[in-house]
Write a protein that binds this ligand. Structure first.
Ligand SMILES: Cc1ccc([C@@H]2N[C@@H](C)[C@@H](O)[C@H]2O)cc1
Length: 449
């Protein structure tokens, strides 16, 4: 390995209580809300085919017209308590809110910018009441912050001239000031979710991103910050030039998930997912494949089974309400989580051989392993192959009342479980009690016929 000043400063996952809490939460809610919700993917009768929150970059959108949308920002139906309650009912344990997206519009009254809610008809702080409402409902809050700021005169994607470098130097001070301001105004937040860090200006200044992260940790020890913030002095991002993760968890899983445990290289990680194929901000027209609650539940289960967190994104409308499809997803997911949340919260990698019927999730630190069945085989036989020296001592469904299951034992640490019902509408969860180093199941279950 090479010597790095601004590479990873820690090898391996964080072991403190704050990170253990993050790891136990598993299900998060992402909210993308800002001026882009006003056009909602359309402008003057034309449809923008990109992601709605990127409409400012569309050639059909005059940038000055977009930048003046703040004069229309007035979410009269914004009710943060209602937002927090519906997130709680969905079973989300943390929430990530866009304080400032790439367009530079601030949802809090920053004293370092005039391009904020304070200049809008709404006038009031959006972020504060939201943090309070979510915290009151037992939900941790993380602040999304875009380094890219298309509105700020000193932002540079790649400084070319000495004048550019001076301007960008001012911009870095502005970024540091805004982040310090956010930590001071909202001291209960648990971390930042950085984005917009792919441009040369940022990539080629690993020292600044390293110093910035340390500055933030000094103000608020224990902040949780993913791998998207930093670059090392060679311009490497997420993983430094020695392949070490920079940040507290791998933050590259955006609209995609790891397939197998080897893909996560033992790192904490988080996947963030849109319900449509690729829309983060509100888009009036949801085209393409819209994920069902069952698809989203399976992604959550898959993420948990691979020891990662899963965050589902919602894009509220400009008036502060949520579209019907998003309310429906939160309700359906919440109904499943009410019955099966025990398999998700504090869940992690089980270490069992994956089977086609679905996923194993181990309750962290225990011999309790959940089977989440997503695909019932036509045979109806759910195969369970346990590692050597591990035996199955009990099996029952998680529903209420629990349906005990007597597995068929083949004797080679292999069992077949059958469920009474075969018509499922959502994934079914079976709780397995296992024991290790016992060698045999002491005749608990009848031998295979
Ligand atoms: C190429 C690209 C740039 C930025 C993004 C932003 N990251 C997501 C979390 C959203 O904020 C999206 O606008 C997505 C794709």
């Amino acid at each position: 390995s090479i010597t790095l000043q601004h590479g990873a400063h820690r090898i391996g996952n964080r072991t403190d209580a704050g990170m253990a809490r993050w790891r136990s939460l598993r299900l998060g809610q992402f909210i993308h809300w800002g001026l882009y919700a006003i056009p909602g993917g359309e402008w003057k009768g034309k449809t923008y085919n990109g992601a709605a929150e990127w409409i400012r970059s569309w050639k059909e959108m005059p940038q000055a017209e977009y930048d003046n949308l703040y004069k229309q920002f007035n979410p009269v139906n914004y009710q943060p308590e209602q937002w927090a309650l519906q997130a709680k009912n969905m079973g989300a344990k943390y929430m990530i809110i866009t304080t400032k997206h790439h367009d530079g519009f601030c949802l809090w009254p920053s004293k370092y910018s005039r391009y904020t809610v304070a200049s809008s008809p709404w006038k009031k702080d959006i972020i504060g009441p939201m943090v309070d409402a979510y915290n009151k409902n037992g939900i941790d809050v993380y602040l999304y912050f875009s380094i890219i700021d298309w509105n700020h005169p000193d932002w540079r994607a790649s400084p070319k001239t000495p004048a550019d470098s001076i301007a960008y130097g001012r911009f870095k001070v502005f970024v540091k000031n805004q982040l310090q301001e956010l930590l001071t105004k909202y001291p209960t937040i648990k971390g930042f979710w950085f984005d917009g860090t792919w441009d040369d200006s940022w990539k080629n200044d690993g020292a600044f991103s390293d110093e910035l992260e340390q500055y933030l940790q000094k103000i608020h020890p224990g902040l949780i910050i993913g791998s998207r913030l930093r670059a090392d002095e060679k311009g490497a991002r997420h993983f430094d030039s020695n392949g070490r993760l920079m940040g507290d968890y791998e933050q590259g899983w955006e609209r995609k998930l790891p397939e197998k445990i080897a893909d996560i290289h033992g790192n904490d990680w988080e996947g963030v997912m849109t319900i449509p194929e690729n829309q983060w901000g509100y888009n009036a027209r949801w085209a393409g494949h819209i994920k069902s609650a069952n698809e989203l539940i399976e992604m959550l289960v898959k993420s948990t089974s691979l020891a990662g967190n899963f965050v589902i994104n919602f894009g509220p409308k400009s008036d502060g309400t949520f579209r019907t499809e998003e309310v429906q997803r939160m309700q359906e997911i919440g109904q499943w989580m009410k019955v099966n949340g025990a398999a998700i919260y504090n869940g992690g990698y089980a270490g069992f051989e994956k089977q086609d019927w679905g996923y194993y999730i181990r309750k962290n630190g225990t011999d309790s392993v959940f089977m989440v069945v997503c695909n019932v085989p036509v045979s109806g036989d759910l195969r369970v192959k346990l590692p050597q020296q591990t035996t199955l001592t009990h099996a029952a469904t998680l529903e209420n009342p629990a349906q005990a299951i007597t597995p068929e034992v083949t004797g080679k640490n292999e069992y077949f479980l059958r469920l009474e019902t075969k018509n499922f509408h959502t994934p079914v969860v079976i709780l397995l009690q296992t024991s290790r180093n016992t060698g045999n199941d002491n005749g608990r279950f009848e031998k295979a016929k």
